[in-house]
Write a protein that binds this ligand. Structure first.
Ligand SMILES: *Cc1c(COP(=O)(O)O)cnc(C)c1O
Length: 370
């Protein structure tokens, strides 16, 4: 059994993807070819934002948002401590200070209450300037943007939505990528919408941000790429990856439905044995991961492995426990919810091609250890 079955997806799309790639090989516009713009337009329609600027990967997308917002040394950017490293890395890379925030026990996402507490603490310390919040749509579930927005407005902070895992998620019919001043996603193969290499995108309704992003991703270009008006980066989405994504996006709604069906099946059969993921009223997850909270995790992982079922711990270490952030000096107990989740979470196989038989086999093992 595969943790994420990309081969099954390719079998389903083989002819369409091969044909699309062939079109690119025939026209030969490998960098910024017509498929890149077509994809950006389709993504803007799907997400419901004015501008989509594609780039080389999800980390670059986040880094570009730091550049657009002018985040620099002396600035503080808040982010959840329970996330993938890139969400916090880009803050430090911009020479600003990441201020970690605990997460909610039920949703695994940034806790609005703890966020406001950290903001107040930072302001009263008076050493750093609070600038922005990077909220993460962890495992596919959008963070609580209505509450985060109220806090951001109160303290005049910008919101960045890290929708690397959240693409396809919804709050009351609005889609992930549209909840913040500026949002990002990743097309890493294992993400809900993945390509066959690295890829990423930035979403915004702000015309100025979009114009700056289009310049920054090509060495800060002005009129052309040999007229440079900013210090930028080289971060473009390959035309071949855009071509692959166009075909994958076309079937994404059906895949999202299949993921939600698999998640519903898991939850209905597992809820009396482990803590299953909770999706608040009005929210929809894109199920980048299906993550349960268990007591004897090592034992369960070993039993699953025995039966050929892969399960992965996302994430074993919180950001405040990472060696790279050791100079920020945190101690055990600073973020109790995240720390306890890190010891108990386990992600089970999740993808649109998971069969009921697969799910049945996984559930039998979970039941026998709980
Ligand atoms: C994957 C991921 C990223 C980074 O995306 P890449 O394309 O791998 O650079 C950022 N944030 C989160 C939450 C992610 O899961």
């Amino acid at each position: 059994m595969q943790f994420i079955d990309l081969a099954a997806q390719y079998q389903n799309l083989k002819e369409r993807i091969n044909n699309r790639i062939q079109v690119v090989l025939d026209h030969g516009k490998y960098i910024m070819g017509p498929e890149v713009q077509e994809l950006e337009e389709r993504l803007a329609d799907y997400v419901g934002v004015k501008h989509v600027v594609s780039c080389a990967n999800g980390t670059d997308a986040l880094q570009l948002t730091m550049m657009v917002l002018g985040i620099k040394e002396g600035d503080a950017v808040f982010c959840p401590t329970f996330t993938f490293f890139a969400s916090a890395e880009v803050i430090a890379f911009a020479k600003a200070t990441p201020i970690f925030v605990d997460v909610e026990e039920k949703t695994f996402n940034i806790c609005p209450k703890n966020l406001e507490k950290q903001i107040k603490q930072l302001i009263s310390d008076g050493k750093l300037i609070p600038k922005a919040i990077i909220a993460v749509d962890l495992f596919g579930l959008p963070a609580n943007y209505p509450k985060i927005k109220r806090i951001a407005d109160k303290y005049q902070l910008k919101i960045i939505e890290d929708a690397a895992q959240g693409f396809g998620g919804e709050i009351k019919g609005r889609r992930a990528g549209s909840f913040a001043d500026i949002a990002t996603t990743s097309f890493f193969p294992a993400k809900p919408l993945g390509c066959y290499g690295d890829g990423g995108a930035v979403f915004t309704n702000n015309d100025e941000y979009a114009e700056l992003l289009r310049s920054l991703r090509v060495h800060g270009k002005g009129q052309d790429k040999y007229d440079n008006i900013h210090i930028g980066v080289n971060s473009r989405l390959d035309t071949i990856q855009a071509a692959i994504l166009l075909e994958k996006l076309a079937i994404f709604p059906q895949e999202l439905e299949a993921r939600n069906e698999a998640a519903a099946k898991y939850s209905s059969l597992l809820q009396s044995h482990v803590i299953t993921p909770s999706v608040p009223e009005g929210y929809m997850s894109s199920w980048a991961q299906y993550t349960v909270v268990v007591n004897r995790r090592d034992e369960l992982v070993a039993k699953l492995k025995e039966k050929g079922i892969p399960a992965v711990v996302y994430y074993e270490k919180c950001m405040h426990q990472q060696t790279a952030f050791s100079e920020l000096v945190h101690k055990e107990g600073d973020f109790p919810v995240a720390e306890s989740l890190a010891k108990q979470v386990l992600s089970l196989p999740m993808h649109p091609y998971l069969t009921l038989k697969n799910i049945g086999n996984i559930i039998d093992v979970v039941k026998s250890t709980s």
